[in-house]
Design a protein around this ligand. Sequence first.
Ligand SMILES: *Cc1c(COP(=O)(O)O)cnc(C)c1O
Length: 389
Amino acid sequence: MNEKGTSGLAQGFETLAIHAGQEPDPLTGSVVPPIYQTSTYKQDGVGGLRGGYEYSRTANPTRTALEECLAALEGGSRALAFASGMAAEDCLLRAVCRPGDRVIIPDDAYGGTYRLFSAVLQQWGLDYVPVHLPDIAAVRRSLAERPTRVLWVETPTNPLLAIADIAALAEAAHEAGALLVVDNTFASPRLQRPLTLGADVVVHSTTKYLGGHSDVVGGALVTSDAKIADDSDYLRNATGGVPGPFDSWLTLRGIRTLAVRMDKHGDNAMRVAQMLTSHPAVTEVMYPGLPTHPGHSVAAKQMSGFGGMVSFRVHGGEEAAVAVCGRTRLFTLGESLGGVESLIEHPGRMTHASAAGSPLEVPGDLVRLSVGIEDASDLLDDLRQALPA
Ligand SMILES: *Cc1c(COP(=O)(O)O)cnc(C)c1O
């Protein structure tokens, strides 16, 4: 895809991923931004800060490098990095909402996001209502029912890979006076830039594709709204959910190869989805790249690729799905996603166990794959041997 021209980015995406926020170190020429493993900074006379750094909860140069890169990749003016995706979500919600405010969430939100609303923030007076976001009319009806502070969007969703139309939701949210927040973890900014489609804030679990190597936990928010950025920054400093310098450095190291990784994740996932579609043990394949997917045309419009996540349902119910998860050899049985290595999991008993019994409960016969960037035929062979003949 032609990144310039279509995206409004100052430079091409691959260039920004490698250079934004990552000027060679002025002191030594180090090509890679150093790990500033420090908690505090010498002042040149009281209040005489060098480069604005005072204490590393407030700011740290390695974290700044990561944040400048994230802002550039999402096409936002400010990014804030956090210790995890959940820390980013919690901070943002408490920065923009007050007790009594209402939030619309996806009816298949990430389990941890649902838990944050249902088990934590609700106790502090935040009201939430799950809505099926691919259904714009349903969203508009819900927005019309009561004043809403935030429309929280995930697309593609975890684990059902549903697609919501970001531009249409932004319009509906703004007409109703609500903020549009998009959890862009599954697509990554390589494939989708919600701020350019009208979103007010993007949140990430950088643990996933941005970090990309299953070796660091982190989160971020990106926005071009100065007040949201300032309020979130104030709250982050007041409450402290920051990533350390080494975690920031690892995440930035992963980001440099995001473009080539996402392209390969997408190629491999498409081949896996096509193979599963024709496999007799499989009853349904969820992958937005398949023309049969209900959100395919919206995904093709707002994404530049379909990503590396594939979910599918099998004949034989929950036991059969659990058995498939136990038989793969190359796909590692584990939670999380977005790393170079392929993972398999049973959402109902693993990542989404916290949604059991709720409106967000996922089907028991569902298996979720995070398709890695190994040799595609090795991945297909592994799935074929794991599925019943
Ligand atoms: C993993 C994940 C999160 C939470 O991020 P952590 O880094 O695990 O705290 C939020 N949203 C989505 C879509 C995720 O996959």
